[in-house]
Design a protein around this ligand. Sequence first.
Ligand code: FPP
Length: 250
Amino acid sequence: MSLRAAPRRVLPPDASVPGAPPRHVAIIMDGNGRWARARHLPRVMGHRKGVEAVRRTIEAAPDLGIEVLTLYAFSSENWRRPADEVSDLMGLLRHYLRTEIAELHANGVRLRFIGDTARLSEDVVAMLEQAAALTASNRRLTLVLALNYGSHDELIRVARALAADAAAGRLDPAAIDAGAIEARLDTAGLPPPDLIIRTSGEQRLSNFLMWQAAYAELVFTDELWPDFDAASLKRAVDTFGQRDRRYGGR
Ligand code: FPP
C-alpha cells in the first residue's frame, strides 16, 4: 500500500458534491418566437406555449434533486422589443402570478425574484412581494424568476451600494471581497448555479448570472423553449452528471 495520500481535491466552499445532481439549475428560455414563426402564429402564441414549458419544468425539477430553479423570464434588454410584445409578456406574467401562486404554494414552492423591480408596474411588484412572503417557508423547490434582470445592471447596483456604504464610513474599501459583493447581489443567500441551460441552439449567456456562473456547467440544446419538457430537463441533468468539475483545481 502506498503511504502517499491520494491528492485531495480542494473545492471552494460552495462547490457541489461530486456525483450529486445540480442543486441550482438556471435556464435561458429561448426560441418562443421561432416556435411561433414555424407555425405561422403570432409571437405571443410562442410565449404562451413557453408558459406551459415553465409549468412542466417546475413540476419536474424536484424529482431530479434540483433545489433551486432560476428562469430568465424578462431581461433588462427585453424592453427594446416592440411595445406590444413587451405588453404581451407583462400580461402573461401578471396572469401567471394571479392564477398559479396558490398552486405553487400548495406544492411547496418558494418564490423569489431577481432583477430591478423599479421599472415593473406597481401591481406586478405587489404580487411578487406577496408571493414571496406567502411562500417564504416552503422548501420543496425555490423558484427564482429573473424579471427586468441583467448582470450588468445587477453589478452596477452592487457597486453603488458598496460605494454608498464606503462613503458613509460603514465599509472599508480594502475590506471589499467576493463575500461583500455576493451579499449585495440579487441572488444573496442562494447557492450559485451549477448548471445553466439555454434552449434554441444559441450559445451565449446574454447578461444572465454572469458573476454567479463562474463555475457553472453550460448545456446548450437545439430544442425551442415551448418544446422543453421533463425529458429535456433530465437530459441536461444527465449531461451535467458526465462533467468533471474542477473549479480551477486538478
Ligand atoms: C425568448 O424567446 C423568451 C423570452 C424573451 C421570454 C420568456 C418568457 C416566457 C417563457 C413566458 C413568461 C414566463 C413566465 C414565468 C410567466 P424569444 O422571443 O427571444 O424567441 P426567438 O429568439 O425565437 O425570437
